[in-house]
Design a protein around this ligand. Structure first.
Ligand SMILES: Cc1cc2nc3c(=O)[nH]c(=O)nc-3n(C[C@H](O)[C@H](O)[C@H](O)COP(=O)(O)OP(=O)(O)OC[C@H]3O[C@@H](n4cnc5c(N)ncnc54)[C@H](O)[C@@H]3O)c2cc1C
Length: 403
């Protein structure tokens, strides 16, 4: 007879992607008996990089990950916006410097492989956190005491709160009975990295093109990462090109900004979609990261938003626990939804507006965007406001994100 384990914990994190692992570390460090479940992953398989803003970097450091992560963090000291729409009215180039806000950097860029490897190592070493390799199955059982899930192995886990970090196709979202509105964009992103002959000077550049933005983000030395948004047909064509032909196409697009492109890394393509869950929690399940919201890879918002979910949720749960309240109860889930809803909606709308203003054929939209860029070059307070808002939403900063 096979023997099945029954785990009991306070917080169960479903999904061990970046959001799930950070949530599990944060919950365990806040004193919650935590279990995290996810299938085995090879962190080195993800060849992308992630740009993280200052609040996200502070959160990772506050979780004690500085020593593991700092060597892999490449500072981002400037952001450049370039109008490459070829319209009749070309908007001016805008260059923001972190120094204008009295900061040394806007944030950092990090290899996903380095990030995921460090998170996994830290999670294995974390007291109060148990990592379980496996997949959670459907049909969660919940009542006023807790919620119980069954793994593919037949083991069961009971918790007071589930943190749903199981990505865009989230089972947790379905089990919570939460609907989501999804809208695909007629675009795909090609992500890769490349070497070039001119230094990037720590500046991330965003070319605004009719098919969508093309963004370069600094890596160590003469290397940058690339997210290139195109129509799905063009993305397929770019994916199929051999290396010299892809380098040629990229050289043409970058117009010599980083000198000549000398080599490229592995390419991966991602269809662009937008998804927002109607609510961020129900039935003892709180949704974080892409289980709660998917935003196209424009303006580096995705994981930054997910980390803000975590900082907020941990704060609410810690407070409830210290008051002897139910950490998975409706009051917490409602408060979490209220605190996060505005930020999620603002970011999704911001990215959507920029994206649509590019792909639209509607001239007034281009004029507004052009006028906006022009104003950003000439109105100092507006520049500072946009820079600050781009880094972190106005309003209260959760404790875990403070330096
Ligand atoms: C090209 C590209 C570039 C990007 N660049 C940036 C950037 O510069 N900055 C930024 O902030 N964001 C960026 N993002 C967004 C960022 O990558 C995502 O926000 C992030 O990866 C989402 O992490 P997650 O942990 O929420 O989800 P995922 O990484 O999808 O993790 C979900 C995990 O849950 C597991 N899972 C699923 N179902 C179950 C189950 N039933 N039981 C157990 N486990 C389960 C899965 O196996 C997976 O490991 C980018 C995205 C793309 C596509």
């Amino acid at each position: 007879m096979t023997h099945h384990f029954e785990h009991n914990c306070e917080v169960l994190v479903v999904g061990t992607g970046p959001a799930g692992l950070v949530a599990a570390l944060a919950m365990a460090q806040a004193g919650m008996a935590t279990v995290a479940v996810g299938p085995a992953i090879d962190p080195a398989r993800d060849t992308r990089t992630t740009a993280l803003f200052t609040g996200s970097v502070a959160l990772l450091k506050n979780l004690g990950l500085g020593a593991l992560l700092c060597p892999a963090m490449v500072p981002m000291t400037g952001l450049r916006l370039i109008d490459d729409t070829g319209g009749i009215w070309r908007a001016p180039e805008v260059l923001f410097r972190a120094g204008e806000l009295g900061l040394t950097e806007f944030g950092i860029n990090i290899d996903n492989a380095a990030l995921n490897t460090a998170l996994l190592a830290a999670a294995h070493a974390q007291d109060g956190l148990q990592l379980v390799e496996g997949t959670v199955g459907s049909d969660f059982q919940s009542d006023d005491k807790g919620v119980t899930v069954k793994l593919g192995s037949g083991d069961t886990i009971s918790a007071r709160l589930i943190v749903g970090a199981d990505g865009r196709g989230s089972l947790c979202r379905r089990e919570a009975g939460i609907e989501a509105s999804t809208s695909p964009y007629p675009q795909s992103a090609v992500a890769t990295r490349f070497h070039h002959t001119r230094p990037h000077d720590g500046i991330s550049s965003e070319f605004h093109r009719p098919a969508g933005p093309l963004t370069t983000v600094p890596l160590t030395g003469l290397e940058s990462s690339l997210v290139w948004v195109e129509t799905p047909e063009e993305a397929r064509r770019l994916m199929a090109l051999d290396e010299p032909a892809f380098i040629h196409a990229l050289d043409h697009r970058l117009q010599g900004l980083l000198g000549a492109v000398t080599s490229i890394g592995p390419r991966a393509s991602f269809p662009l979609t937008r998804m927002t869950a109607d609510r961020l929690g129900a039935r003892r399940i709180a949704l974080i990261g892409e289980a709660a919201h998917v935003i196209p890879p424009i303006g580096a918002q995705g994981l930054n938003l997910g980390l803000r979910d975590i900082a907020t949720l941990v704060e609410l749960v810690t407070r409830a626990r210290s008051l002897g309240a139910d950490i998975g109860g409706d009051a917490i889930l409602k408060a979490y939804d209220t605190e996060r809803r505005g930020d999620v909606a603002t970011r999704a709308t911001m990215v959507d507006t920029l994206n649509r203003s590019l792909i639209s054929d509607f001239l007034p939209l281009h004029l507004v965007r052009g006028a906006g860029l022009h104003a950003l070059n000439t109105i100092p307070w507006l520049r500072r406001l946009v820079m600050r808002e781009g880094l972190h939403p106005s309003g209260r900063m959760p404790a875990l994100m403070r330096t």
